[in-house]
Design a protein around this ligand. Structure first.
Ligand code: SAH
Ligand code: AVI
Length: 334
């Protein structure tokens, strides 16, 4: 049962759908992913408080262009988006600190339609602090935060109160394998009615050298972000990984058109995940895949949206075509 706290303040409500001690189903994912022949963990486990802070630092790095490019598109198009959607409700998946979201909130407020913001994120502290900050910055705005996993909990969002704009920014959709991506997009489509829209941020295919630099920055912040998942395992599941035993790897896979981040063991060693009573062995040079970050073309985005029953309304890019925002709606509303 979702633990739900009624209104803590006049304009804030927070629902939590994560069970205590089982945040982001880390135990299941670790047991499953670390016992495979090719070890892997889903990227949602990066984002504890330290991981979220490291991600914020990544967004400011000279090599990491997606955040700046997406912000530039938003700044140029926010008015048009507000006009096209007349949204009274902004629902955001993987909202994080909602840094760029302010651009959309401003334009919807200016258009006079904005009533409610619904941030959805797996990281509790982010949803709570974002709700606090936004109600201060936008007096009168209702914030209904949802702490949950958008792969599992999208059916538990609050009922829409008016025309809805669902946004999924940052290129986070690229962090899912194609089959999960398809499921997430279908779940998003099921949140939409005939008056509603979906705004999706996707990073675009480009020179592999530019991509690889974005995921292997000179200051080593992305490497620390990658290794942070080992600290999460140590704290939550009682392992004793030494993050320095692992090298950060980021490489573009041209066949799948995605970046893969991996952690490569520098030496042979074994660690026990005490909470799981599970012993995990790494050979020297063995790799743990921690993230994929898919890069898109316009045709790929169009086809993925079409697969979820959505049609393209606007395709918006920055002048260098680094990143794209796609506005879509139901192709055949009931
Ligand atoms: N949208 C922001 C943050 C992107 S970082 C931006 O564009 O900058 C990715 C965010 O998605 C993090 O806040 C992380 O906690 C959240 N996230 C990742 N996987 C998730 C999942 N399965 N369910 C809910 N939130 C998730
Ligand atoms: C959140 N997500 C879209 C980021 C990305 O670019 O795939 C996470 C990230 N990983 C390394 N750097 C940033």
């Amino acid at each position: 049962m979702p633990a739900s706290t009624p209104r803590t303040k006049a304009s804030i409500r927070i629902d939590s759908h994560l069970a205590d001690g089982d945040e982001r189903s880390l135990a299941d994912d670790a047991r499953d992913g670390l016992t495979r022949p090719f070890k892997e963990l889903p990227p949602k486990h990066f984002y504890d408080a330290r991981g979220a802070e490291l991600f914020d630092r990544i967004t400011e790095l000279p090599e990491y262009y997606p955040t700046r490019a997406e912000r530039a598109i938003l700044e140029r198009s926010a008015r048009e988006l507000a006009k096209l959607t007349s949204a009274s409700e902004l629902v955001e998946l993987g909202s994080g600190t909602a840094a760029k979201t302010r651009v959309l909130l401003d334009s919807l407020r200016e258009a006079g339609t904005l009533v409610r913001y619904v941030p959805v994120d797996v990281t509790e502290t982010m949803v709570r602090s974002c709700a606090e900050e936004l109600t201060k910055e936008y007096p009168g705005l209702e914030v209904h935060g949802v702490i949950g996993d958008f792969e599992r909990h999208l059916d538990r969002l609050p009922e829409a109160t008016g025309p809805r704009l669902v946004v999924f920014l940052g290129g986070t959709i690229g962090n899912f394998e194609p089959a999960s991506r398809e499921r997430v997009l279908a779940d998003v489509a099921s949140l939409l009615g005939p008056e509603d829209h979906f705004l999706l941020g996707t990073d675009l295919v480009k020179d592999p050298a530019v991509l690889e630099a974005a995921y292997d920055d000179a200051q080593g912040v992305t490497a620390e972000f990658n290794r942070n998942v080992l600290r999460v395992l140590n704290r939550e599941l009682g392992s004793d990984f030494d993050p320095d035993d692992f090298e950060h790897i980021a490489m573009f896979d041209p066949k799948h058109e995605w970046i893969e981040m991996r952690l490569r063991a520098r030496r042979e060693h074994t660690t026990v995940l005490r909470e799981l009573d599970l012993s995990v062995h790494f050979e020297a040079g063995e790799e743990l895949r921690t993230e994929i970050s898919a890069k898109f073309t316009r045709e790929r985005v169009r086809a993925d949206l079409a697969g979820a029953g959505l049609e393209l309304v606007r395709w918006l890019t920055d002048p260098d075509e680094l990143f794209a925002l796609t506005l879509s709606r139901l192709a055949n509303p009931a």
